[in-house]
Design a protein around this ligand. Structure first.
Ligand code: ADP
Length: 256
């Protein structure tokens, strides 16, 4: 079994405003293994995005610690990359221009890095669209381009904040399968926030269930599905799928 890339210990966080304090996270502890696909589910507004922001080090926890182990053996915090509900592709740039934007901003757009971006576009069936603009692509293709824009920067951990929720149901099934496969083949560690229980079960190795705000860890669930192929439909047809779904539903139906 792979080592932990992150270990959260007793993380708590509250927002402070003129009208008072909004506690968002309370004593959250869990670990994430290198190469693992972890899903986090919980009621709307419970603190899931706040938790991702703390993992990305955009917010500092009020108490608690995060122990980490960089996969490259260095003492640096693992590099994180975000994928959000909206792809935030820039409409006036080409697809290649969009996926190399992060390289440009970080002054890393060397010929080798641009070649790597083109290789990723080729691997994930977007190469022939590299000179098109986002408006010429389907929603699913746009999300694949957004993922490539993140992968180009070679993050150790992908933080996926409801990345499929703006897509229609059918596209969502295909794109979540595609993106799940891309993440698995690249061996990246992923943390997915979703309110779609079926999506969590079909993509994740393990699911963390949070309580209502302030979020605490209610339960952890390892997912093992008997399936013939790695597709969202095969996952949803697995004999164990409904048991997991019922369990998650039961846990969450008591939370607000
Ligand atoms: P989730 O991702 O689970 O929907 P969030 O982490 O976005 O929840 O938010 C958790 C709680 O913190 C919510 O009740 C939200 O209203 C509150 N919150 C989020 N951001 C801020 C902020 N910048 N200032 C004050 N309250 C916030």
């Amino acid at each position: 079994m792979n080592a932990s890339i992150l270990e959260l210990h007793d993380i708590s966080y509250a927002y402070h405003s003129l009208t008072g304090e909004i506690p968002a996270l309370s004593n959250i502890s869990f670990h994430v293994r290198q190469g693992e696909f972890l899903a986090i589910v919980g009621p709307s507004g419970c603190g899931k995005s706040t938790l991702l922001s703390i993992i990305a080090r955009l917010l500092e926890p009020e108490s608690g610690t995060i122990a980490f182990q960089n996969p490259d053996g260095s003492l640096e915090y693992p590099k994180t990359g975000y994928m959000l509900q909206h792809d935030h592709l820039l409409e006036w740039r080409t697809i290649l221009g969009n996926v190399t934007l992060g390289l440009e901003i970080t002054h890393k757009n060397t010929p080798e890095q641009v070649a790597y971006a083109e290789q990723l576009l080729d691997d994930y069936d977007l190469y022939k669209f590299k000179d098109k603009h986002p408006g010429e692509l389907s929603g699913g293709m746009r999300q694949r381009a957004a993922l490539i824009r993140t992968l180009v920067l070679n993050p150790d951990i992908l933080l996926l904040d409801e990345p499929f929720s703006a897509l229609d149901y059918q596209t969502r099934l295909t794109v979540s399968g595609d993106i799940g496969n891309i993440i698995r083949t690249t061996g990246k560690t992923a943390i997915l926030i979703t309110h779609d229980l079926s999506e969590a079960i079909s993509l994740a190795d393990r699911i963390i269930i949070l309580t209502g705000r302030p979020a605490t860890v209610k339960k952890e669930l390892s997912v093992h599905l008997t399936k013939e192929e790695d597709t969202p439909l095969a996952a949803r047809s697995a004999p164990e799928f409904h048991q997991y779904f019922n369990l998650l539903w039961k846990e969450l139906s008591h939370e607000k």
